[in-house]
Design a protein around this ligand. Structure first.
Ligand SMILES: Cc1cc2nc3c(=O)[nH]c(=O)nc-3n(C[C@H](O)[C@H](O)[C@H](O)COP(=O)(O)OP(=O)(O)OC[C@H]3O[C@@H](n4cnc5c(N)ncnc54)[C@H](O)[C@@H]3O)c2cc1C
Length: 482
């Protein structure tokens, strides 16, 4: 699956729209306005796609971004993590090539890793993507205005107050304190790393730790890295740093618990083989160890145990950015049971008629391609001058985790299908990678599977999981079949 996405659908959509657009056109955006047809808060995946759709329809459009255009995906998410994983994969390939393919010689494990050089490369890739796709200059070419370095706060359902945040990195800054939206506002404010309180992890506030916001700035591979959290981010980073030479301790009850159980079991074996030390349990306490590192206590089924490390990475989830900019004050409803994410209907419309929301702040599924897709729906429903039901967000969102082997899935897991349709109605087909010729040729046959869950009566696919090389690409074919 593409990491910079949502775009395949919207690229097609924008091409079609480009043909039909004159019908709806008003004036294109000009710089330095205080009033726009569509105002977008947040310049990440959701905001960028929303802006492109609104602008394609000829509506004057502005993005207000408090930090950096491109959002988390570009700066601290997909782009740095996939770049780091690619570097780690290269290191691993070199180390394992003699065993896997024979006849390729390396000098054992004596591989030189220069983390600063890797970091510099990653920064260069981020800058490249930002400049080409996300920057104010790139947006200007599409007729979209940007206001970077300003935080937007709601005054009412049509008006935003702008306030300066730190240093402004944008020449094109419109120094407007109030911004008016004639047609609608899209909230695309994303999500931030969860940092558990001391009630959940005793002592966390007293011990230095990193999240994904800082980890990509490391200039040295940590000697002993403790990763807390078994979700996609924790698993990807644990394996990547292990392959780059860190001694990794990974603390989590289960690896990728939302996937099929075979995936977790297989990943456990892969991690063990790669030397990642697993602590199966929940971290309940951390403290300084007196040598510049930390000691952690984790709860397991047979009591509490301890471990130590030099650097602590907390990767326990992400929370929607919905506080502190006036949402509730103007009546935008948040879901208290789901981390205060913004509630929307299928049109991505919030409880306030003129205000829409898209991306991670709606917390439905936190993926770049999905954020972009939602942003497109939100903008379309604001700008089209007639009422329609909206492009319904699909229920089957493919996802990929870039561990090795890669894991991708779509639709229902087997247990969910059984719960929904009953065990006797659900079939399951499993193919191990050990029987896939291509996997054997590439020496990737040891780990992985393809699992398809279907309805017996009509062979309708309910869900699928692929674990193996290029799983993220392969799942798309099943998506089309579904
Ligand atoms: C380490 C990591 C790896 C990931 N890998 C993948 C992957 O491989 N594939 C994938 O699909 N997804 C991945 N994701 C998820 C992906 O990054 C997010 O789903 C995506 O960035 C969401 O886009 P968004 O537009 O909703 O929010 P964001 O990208 O977070 O953008 C929101 C923007 O809003 C701005 N903002 C917030 N509040 C205000 C305000 N009041 N005023 C002005 N601006 C504001 C923020 O500064 C931010 O720039 C990863 C995430 C992380 C953390």
């Amino acid at each position: 699956m593409m990491i910079r996405g949502g775009t395949a659908f919207w690229t097609l959509f924008l091409l079609v729209a480009a043909v039909t657009v004159p019908y709806y056109t008003s004036a294109l955006a000009s710089a330095s306005q205080s009033s726009y047809d569509v105002v977008i808060i947040g310049g990440g995946a959701a905001g960028l796609t929303a802006a492109k759709v609104a602008s394609t329809f000829g509506k004057s459009t502005v993005i207000v971004e408090q930090a950096r255009m491109g959002g988390y995906c570009t700066w601290t998410g997909c782009v740095p993590s996939k770049s780091l994983i690619a570097a780690a994969k290269a290191a691993h390939t070199i180390r394992t090539a003699p065993t896997k393919f024979g006849g390729i010689q390396t000098s054992g494990n004596d591989l030189q890793i220069d983390m600063k050089a890797i970091k510099d490369k990653i920064r260069a890739k981020i800058q490249h993507i930002h400049d080409e796709d996300d920057s104010p200059q790139a947006m200007a070419k599409l007729g979209i205005d940007t206001i970077v370095g300003k935080k937007a706060t709601f005054v009412d359902d049509k008006t935003l107050q702008l306030s300066t945040v730190g240093k402004n990195d944008n020449d094109n800054d419109n120094d407007t304190s109030l911004l008016h939206a004639k047609m609608g506002i899209v909230i695309a404010t994303g999500a931030s790393p969860m940092e558990p309180s001391d009630d959940l992890i005793q002592g966390l506030s007293t011990v230095p730790f990193l999240t994904y916001e800082q980890i990509f700035d490391l200039e040295e591979v940590p000697k002993r890295l403790t990763v807390v959290g078994g979700g996609p981010i924790g698993c990807e980073l644990a394996q990547a740093f292990g392959r780059l030479g860190a001694t990794v301790t990974h603390v989590a009850e289960t690896l990728l618990e939302r996937e099929e159980p075979e995936v977790s079991e297989t990943l456990e074996k892969v991690f063990a083989k790669e030397g990642i030390q697993r602590c199966k349990g929940k971290v309940v306490k951390v403290e300084k160890d007196g040598n510049g590192g930390h000691k952690f206590t984790y709860q397991t089924s047979d009591g509490s145990k301890t471990g130590t490390g030099d650097l602590l990475l907390i990767a326990v989830g992400r929370k929607p950015n919905t506080a502190g900019f006036g949402l509730e004050e103007i009546g935008v409803q948040l879901n208290k049971d789901d981390n205060n994410c913004i509630e929307t209907n299928d049109k991505m419309q919030t409880s306030v008629k003129r205000i829409y929301a898209a991306g991670d702040c709606t917390a439905k599924q936190q993926y770049t391609h999905y954020a972009g897709f939602q942003g497109g729906i939100a903008a379309r429903n604001i700008v089209l001058p007639f009422s329609d039901k909206g492009v319904k967000a699909p229920e089957q969102i493919p996802s990929a985790t870039y561990t090795a082997p890669e894991v991708s899935s779509i639709g229902l897991r087997h247990a969910q299908a059984v719960e929904e349709y009953g065990a006797k109605n659900v079939g399951v087909a499993v193919q191990s990678m050990s029987h896939v010729d291509r996997a054997i040729c590439e020496s990737e046959e040891e780990a992985g599977l393809i699992k398809i869950v279907y309805l017996k009566k009509n062979l309708k696919i309910l869900g699928a999981t692929i674990m193996g090389p290029a799983a993220g690409e392969m799942i798309c074919e099943i998506g089309v079949a579904m």
